[in-house]
Design a binder for this molecule. Structure first.
Ligand code: ZN
Length: 474
């Protein structure tokens, strides 16, 4: 794309991690049976009054601070009026003129900063389930606290949009504001995209993209849309301001509605909620939760631990793994080895668990102990993995596992010598091959030693002993 600049802005809705809804005490539990987490307030019965959830405000402030926003001191809610079957009140309580925070920025790993136009609080709507003859409505989601995060149109490519989302998600997870799981609808993203001739000051006509179900989907949709618009401009077609839906299966965007039929939401201040001040105390208390953000951690890890960028990126992609890594290093100061064991056997075993990291019970000191025993040659690769698998979800005592399971590595020359002699006696063919100069034959014999010792032999010493005996026997 040489003739045009791509201009992208993203609107992200994240579900804030509260136990109850934003204006009532109904539970926010995911996957509850339909219409069980509802009450007259979130269903919008006449005469009920909303009560604002302090936790939603705290988390909103925390996100605003993490995204370097100016936090407005006095804020209020407004009614966004529209009729839809999944919103029985016929209006959504949102923020319009006075959002929670404005003018923030988010830095990408490459250094570029993307402006954050605003962050504001609002309630979610319900869910419609359509089938052939009828539609069902589930109101469990109405009143779930959302934070809308609107970027400035600073994003210049589909890949940059992907990087922005990845970084935003990491930040939100680090500060404990949202779980951000897109598959559960805890994070949703709409995108605006337009093209303009290079150096042109005026922006082109923008198209809104919806219905992307993953960050990859956002990237694919934007890439497709940029190419579609470029082709249209090249052919002197008019770009229509419209909303288009991403069709994941077909990998195309399809027109949904043109903006000419756009709603006038007739915003006005919500009369059932008072204006309120975001106190200095609230802001100060939330600063403590922001802590070390992902980019800073990335830089520090790269500088302090001698790991590759790829290794660091995986470790910091989850705060509990990053913490686990650092705690383990405190117990056994071999960062490279700890990292290898986390990125290898540990994550391999975690990924095979149904509930992944949530099932992990092993403490960092116990994990570090396994790595240390391995490095000292007291456990071999096989037995160390076995100990890890036995301790991973139980945090059983490491020494006890090794003793009970009889997993101490056999390194003594006497013991291994006996096994070696047996193996040599039982395998004349490979022995002959080795003596004729076929070096690889020794590996077969080492394998037999491992088998005999039930995986407990120290393979290095086993090989040395085999070679020694074979040499002596000519
Ligand atoms: Zn309710």
């Amino acid at each position: 794309m040489n003739k045009y600049d791509i201009v992208i802005g993203l609107e992200v809705h994240v579900q804030l991690k509260t136990d109850s809804k934003i204006f009532c005490s109904c539970s926010t539990q995911f996957e509850a049976p339909p219409n069980t987490n509802i009450c007259p307030v979130c269903c919008g019965y006449p005469g009920v009054l909303p009560v604002f959830n302090q936790k939603a405000l705290d988390l909103g402030v925390r996100v605003g601070l993490a995204l370097n926003c100016q936090m407005n001191e006095k804020i209020y809610f407004e009614r966004k009026n529209y009729f839809y079957p999944d919103l029985p009140k016929n209006y959504q309580i949102s923020q319009y003129k006075m959002p929670l925070g404005e003018n923030g920025k988010l830095q990408l790993p490459g250094g570029k900063k993307i402006g954050i136009k605003r962050v504001h609080l609002e309630e979610d709507a319900g869910k419609l389930i359509h089938s052939i003859n009828h539609s069902l409505v589930d109101l469990n989601r109405t009143g779930i606290p959302l934070l809308e995060i609107v970027s400035e149109p600073d994003i210049e490519s589909a890949q940059e949009a992907f990087d922005y989302l990845t970084q935003l998600k990491l930040i939100l997870q680090y500060i404990g504001a949202s779980e951000c799981e897109m598959e559960k609808g805890l994070l949703r993203c709409d995108a605006n995209i337009s093209l303009k001739p290079k150096q042109a000051k005026e922006l082109g006509v923008k198209v809104e993209l919806k219905n992307m179900n993953s960050f990859r989907g956002v990237r694919d949709a934007l890439s497709y849309e940029a190419k579609r618009q470029e082709k249209a401009l090249e052919e002197n077609e008019r770009i229509v301001q419209e909303t288009r839906l991403w069709d994941e299966a077909e990998q195309i965007s399809v027109s949904m509605r043109s903006k000419e039929e756009a709603h006038d939401y007739r915003y006005f201040p919500e009369p059932d909620l008072l204006d309120f001040k975001v106190s200095k105390d609230c802001i100060e208390s939330q600063k403590d939760f922001v802590g070390e953000l992902p980019l800073k951690k990335r830089k520090r890890f790269l500088e302090s631990y001698g790991l590759s960028e790829k290794e660091v990126d995986i470790i910091i992609s989850n705060l509990s793994i990053a913490d686990f890594f650092e705690e383990s290093c405190k117990e056994f100061n071999e960062p490279k080895k700890i990292a290898n064991w986390i990125l290898g056997p540990f994550l391999e075993q975690v990924n095979s668990l149904a509930d992944k990291l949530n099932e992990v019970k092993i403490t960092a000191p116990n994990f570090a102990k396994i790595v240390k025993l391995f490095c000292e040659g007291k456990l071999n690769n096989l037995t160390a993995k076995r100990v890890l698998s036995l301790a991973l979800t139980t945090n059983r005592d490491i020494d006890e596992i090794i003793e009970k399971e009889g997993l101490v590595q056999v390194s003594s020359e006497d013991e291994l010598g006996c096994f070696a002699k047996e193996v040599i006696k039982e395998n004349p063919k490979p022995v002959g091959q080795y003596k004729e100069g076929k070096e690889q034959a020794i590996m077969f014999l080492v394998g037999q030693m491992m088998k005999k010792t039930k995986g407990k032999a120290n393979p290095k010493i086993a090989r040395q002993i085999l070679e020694k005996i074979l040499k002596e026997s000519g």
